[in-house]
Design a protein around this ligand. Structure first.
Ligand SMILES: Cc1cc2nc3c(=O)[nH]c(=O)nc-3n(C[C@H](O)[C@H](O)[C@H](O)COP(=O)(O)OP(=O)(O)OC[C@H]3O[C@@H](n4cnc5c(N)ncnc54)[C@H](O)[C@@H]3O)c2cc1C
Length: 564
């Protein structure tokens, strides 16, 4: 029986990301996948890769630049139509920072980044049992078995490793998909190509939908979503594509002909897929020597587009935890699971809410509202003072109150006292993007989430506060190509702190707007704490935020390419 110190069952995005992150940190592992070879199953479908999860994982894997080369230009364009085919919302591939890649290309990238022999194909796990002391045995369909010191279940929805930690099984969510393709649509199906457009397409109504996107080879992939009994798909003969198409279209009798053509004119097979999910908040008590990644840990419906992103992020985070706790697997698994449970619960709840939105009443109107608000930039108001009794809290609140009336951007508070970063403890320069500490990853994810920043800063000894300098220095790419504005306060309005910040902005590739607000303890506060800004300060803040939003929007086109 072969022994593998680290055995990862499942060579999907989660398992491969873990193997890669371990490899770049000098730790080898073995991935065991049921597929006979990497080419057995086409991996089709597009994935949008999020800045705060999938992209961070690719950075940790040292594959970010290679990933950028795979991005499907134009794929982020989004169109929403109603069941009559009327376009209700449209946005070009612009600034949303969620580049689309072909799932197969991403998997190939990860596979090719691993040393030969890391992945063993044709290894279908049939069960696993504990041997005590954190060791496990895994058995395979071909009758062989292995032992391991660390068993990672990355084997997807129907994981054979999951029963070691949890009795949960995925439940049907009430929606069935039927997948079809239209190949060479520009010449063979021009009306469908025109309808769907260059990127992602949603058509919703009557509590069902047709979701589609254009793939990198130009073909159109269509998911027809029907709320149905779990057994509905069993009533259809999918070996006869014409019969299957009719059975599906029977659910869309009064949808426009051009929409029905997405199914009626499809080329190739008609593929059924039931959508399942684990309970929101699925978690387990620590079991020595074993853990789960990705869908094995937190299968969720695909309606928020989170699953693959979380799967890769899990892989990167577990890899990081193992590296950070040499010789102490339990500490590594405990640290990984604590954070994974929290983020998975949030995303699973979001996926369930998205399902309700897409297939609930007034779906088109509600989706359009959601997209319209997402299209707005999100700006962080960074409260730089961490001092108890700080005056900055009142200043940040004043900024947020005034910003709340704006309809061109959303503003959120980021309080450095709550972020609570220790002094810089990263071994590699942040510009290299190889962060090692959990607090740096968390801070990078926070900074990545925002399109622009208002720094609310005091002036200490003619300079900026140390907490702000530490926060700025700790990450790099996440700041790049974003706009910044300043609201300072102090005896002389905090202007010297802002002058220093402007020098730092240049180094972080940030664009600092000219207008600023400088609040003086002499004229804009009562007794140093009660903020009573002079009238002109309100106008100065409006001018500052106007410039900030304008530059935030203008820089959006730079952000995606510049991060590469
Ligand atoms: C229709 C649909 C659309 C989606 N769209 C998106 C999207 O747009 N964005 C997004 O982020 N996510 C999306 N997802 C979710 C995403 O596909 C998954 O969350 C992601 O693939 C999970 O990765 P994973 O590595 O955990 O599991 P998987 O990708 O399922 O990989 C599991 C691996 O384990 C192997 N395996 C399985 N069983 C065994 C076994 N017994 N022994 C050995 N090996 C085994 C499999 O061969 C496979 O290679 C979508 C899902 C669906 C169903």
């Amino acid at each position: 029986m072969t022994h593998h110190p680290i055995a990862i069952v499942g060579g999907g995005l989660s398992g491969l990301t873990l193997a890669r992150v371990l490899h770049v940190n000098g730790i080898e592992s073995t991935v065991l996948d049921q597929e006979p070879s990497p080419e057995t199953r086409t991996q089709g479908g597009m994935l949008d890769i999020h800045t705060d999860s999938g992209q961070l994982a690719l950075r940790a894997a040292g594959l970010y630049d290679e990933f950028r080369a795979l991005v499907h230009a134009g794929g982020q364009a989004t169109r929403v139509v109603d069941q009559h085919g009327v376009i209700r919302f449209e946005v070009a591939d612009d600034d949303r920072g969620r580049p689309e890649v072909d799932r197969g290309h991403l998997r190939d990238l990860l596979l090719s980044s691993l040393p030969a022999g890391t992945v063993q194909w044709g290894r279908k796990a049939t069960g696993a049992r504990t041997l005590g002391d954190g060791r496990h045995e895994v058995t395979f369909a071909d009758g062989t078995s292995i032992t391991t010191d660390l068993l990672v279940g990355a084997d997807g929805a129907w994981s054979r490793v999951r029963p070691l930690v949890s009795a949960a099984v995925p439940a049907y969510v009430g929606i069935s998909f039927v997948e079809t393709d239209l190949v060479e649509p520009d010449t063979r199906h021009p009306a469908s190509a025109e309808l769907i457009g260059p990127g992602f397409f949603f058509c919703l109504g009557d509590n069902k939908g047709m979701l589609a996107h254009r793939e990198t080879d130009g073909s159109l992939h269509v998911y027809t979503a029907v709320p149905a009994e779990e057994s509905w798909l069993d009533t259809i003969d999918f070996t006869d594509t014409e019969v299957a198409k009719k059975a599906v279209l029977a659910h869309f009798p009064d949808w426009s002909d051009e929409l029905r053509a997405l199914v009626a004119d499809a080329d190739g097979p008609v593929v059924p897929r039931r959508i399942h999910a684990l309970p929101v908040g699925h978690r387990w008590d620590r079991v020595p020597g074993v853990t789960l990644l990705g869908d094995a840990a937190h299968l969720m419906s695909p309606f928020a587009g989170e699953g693959a992103n979380l799967a890769m992020f899990d892989g990167a985070e577990l890899g990081r935890a193992i590296v950070a706790h040499p010789g102490d697997t339990e500490a590594a698994l405990g640290a990984y699971e604590r954070e994974m449970f929290a983020r998975a619960e949030e995303s699973a709840a979001q996926s369930a809410m998205s399902q309700e939105l897409l297939f609930g009443d007034d779906a088109v109107t509600r989706l359009v509202e959601q997209f319209s608000s997402h299209a707005m930039p999100t700006i962080a108001v960074v409260l730089a003072s961490t001092r108890p009794n700080r005056a900055g809290e009142a200043v940040a609140r004043w900024v947020l109150d005034q910003a709340a009336a704006r309809t061109d951007a959303r503003f959120e508070l980021v309080d450095l006292a709550e972020v609570d970063l220790p002094p810089l403890d990263e071994p590699m320069p942040p510009a290299i993007g190889r962060y090692s500490q959990p607090h740096t990853h968390a801070w990078a994810a926070t900074v990545a989430r925002y399109d622009g920043f208002v720094f609310v800063t005091p002036e200490y000894n003619h300079g900026l506060p140390g907490a702000l300098k530490n926060a700025l220095d700790r990450v790099y790419a996440e700041w790049n190509n974003k706009a910044a504005a300043f609201v300072s306060y102090g005896h002389d309005g905090g202007v010297r702190a802002v002058e220093q910040l402007r020098l730092i902005m240049a180094s972080l590739q940030m664009a600092d707007v000219g207008a600023q607000v400088s609040l003086s303890f002499r004229t804009d506060f009562e007794g140093h704490h009660e903020l009573t800004p002079a009238d002109f300060q309100g106008a100065a803040l409006t001018r500052t935020l106007d410039q900030l939003v304008a530059w935030t929007v203008a820089l959006a086109t730079l952000r995606v390419p510049a991060a590469a």
